[in-house]
Design a binder for this molecule. Structure first.
Ligand SMILES: NC(=O)c1ccc[n+]([C@@H]2O[C@H](COP(=O)([O-])OP(=O)(O)OC[C@H]3O[C@@H](n4cnc5c(N)ncnc54)[C@H](OP(=O)(O)O)[C@@H]3O)[C@@H](O)[C@H]2O)c1
Length: 259
């Protein structure tokens, strides 16, 4: 965690009677998109536990509350919502240490049955949303020459699974844009990496029949679901101050052939 332990609170000295400004809050700041539920919520909670101040966003109005957490209604695919949100982060916090791009839509269907509106929605949220949030975050991160961006893909990308053409195309795009950004942002001390979970028990897959999920998990080296803690473990690794040399990497969870 950056700056852990730095910036001690103003100790009372001989002039204790003199009014003193409150010590600036030196805790690192993270933005987590898609933090209203699922993987994003778990990551936001684990970052709070690690001492971060966390801003989370989603489209739904009902967020959740915790000390150090602020929920904002932001559609990451809409530049007109992303820009004011990031202005708020800049003005209210003045720094951004980590961005976790978790927000995404998924829809499984055979290509022949997939409406173009479904493809366009997935590309807008998963690719354009990740791009916009990363671009605006990098502008703030580069001021302190430090930043960690973690994007979320899927361990199913290398499996080229039937029914997932548009979703997996969007996640392949996320991986490629992450690697190009990693190259471009390196000079500002910003790393960009990807965590790619296998099937994880959230609303995203709750509508998929159990037999289908079981069949899918059999294709991984670890024949089980990915846990929320599996994902958090990789994210915290990418965020460590000592991980500055790790950038442009994709970590596939559960073990996948050709990953
Ligand atoms: N679950 C899995 O099996 C699995 C496996 C591999 C990868 N992943 C990836 O993991 C990430 C998290 O998925 P999850 O399983 O936690 O899904 P989830 O439970 O459906 O949560 C998705 C989150 O994204 C938010 N979101 C969706 N569109 C948004 C938008 N336009 N702007 C802002 N927020 C938006 C949703 O909040 P609102 O509804 O309020 O917008 C929600 O908080 C995704 O990137 C997903 O592709 C999931």
């Amino acid at each position: 965690m950056p700056d852990a332990g730095a910036g001690g609170a103003g100790a009372a000295g001989p002039d204790a009677a003199a009014p003193s400004a409150p010590a600036p809050d030196s805790r690192p700041v993270a933005v987590v998109t898609g933090a209203r539920k699922g993987i994003g919520r778990h990551l936001a909670e684990s970052l709070l536990g690690a001492g971060y101040r966390v801003l989370g966003c989603g489209r739904g109005a009902e967020g959740w509350e915790a000390d150090g957490f602020a929920y904002h209604v932001v559609d990451v695919a809409d530049e007109a919502q992303v820009l004011p949100f990031m202005r708020h982060v800049t003005q209210a916090y003045g720094r951004l240490d980590a961005l976790i791009n978790c927000a995404a839509l998924a829809s499984m269907n055979h290509t022949i049955l997939t409406p173009v509106s479904s493809v366009e929605k997935m590309l807008r949220v998963n690719v354009t949303g990740t791009f916009l949030m990363s671009r605006e975050s990098a502008k703030l991160m580069r001021k302190r020459r430090f930043g960690r961006i973690v994007n979320v893909s899927s361990a199913v990308v290398p499996l080229r699974l039937s029914g997932e053409a548009a979703y997996l195309a969007s996640k392949s795009a996320v991986q490629t844009l992450s690697q190009v950004m990693a190259r471009e942002l390196s000079e500002f001390g910003i790393t960009v990496n990807v965590v790619a979970p296998g099937p994880t028990d959230t609303d995203m897959i709750r509508g998929v029949p159990k037999a289908k999920i079981d069949e899918l998990t059999q294709q991984f080296f670890n024949k089980r679901l990915t846990t929320l803690d599996d994902i958090a473990n990789v994210v915290h690794f990418f965020l460590r101050p000592g991980s500055g040399g790790v950038t442009g990497q994709v970590i596939y969870l559960n073990g996948v052939p050709n990953g």
